[in-house]
Write a protein of this length. Sequence first.
Length: 211
Amino acid sequence: MYVIRIVKWLLPLACLLLSACMSSQQNIQPLNTTTIDSDIVVMSGMENNQAPGAPVGIKPMTIEELSGCATKVGNLKKDLAQYETTKAQFAKRKADLDQSKRKLISDRVTVNTHNKKQVVDFNSRQKQEGILIGQFNKDITVFNRNVSEQNLRNNEFNVSCAERSYRKSDLVKLPADLRLAIESKSKQSAAPLIEEDTSVGEAVLTSPKNP
């Protein structure tokens, strides 16, 4: 009888402990961990290098999309190289025009306004200077229009391609030139426009008189 009473007393206690253990196990929540897929990287921007990886679940570009973006960035880099070359040519033309303008300004005060030949010669130089400046400004207008179109393409690329993720295993399947385009800094920045030039100004001298 004594043993039976002990068993009857221990049995509810055991059930109570078992219930507490089961309840404790049910309350334990698994740790939230983020699994990184090292095969996924993000296309770099102008200021950044490639991200080391992306969480599993981020949908990367398909290899077709990656190839298309690589082709776009390759073309944009060619446009940028042409822009830099043309900009340097315009800078040289403008420097020559500025030098010619300064010479005209300094020479104007030395012209004998009563000497018909000097007046005609000076005005001829000024007219030629105006023609060169006019052509320069026309070329600048065309150039700036092309730059604006290039910047629109840059913006479209930055929206559709830059900062998107892709798989490194897809990248190695692309041709070498496309791989190089993707691996280089790929976010395109806006190319600045070039200002037009201005002429020396009206160089009307006093009516010439025969010497």
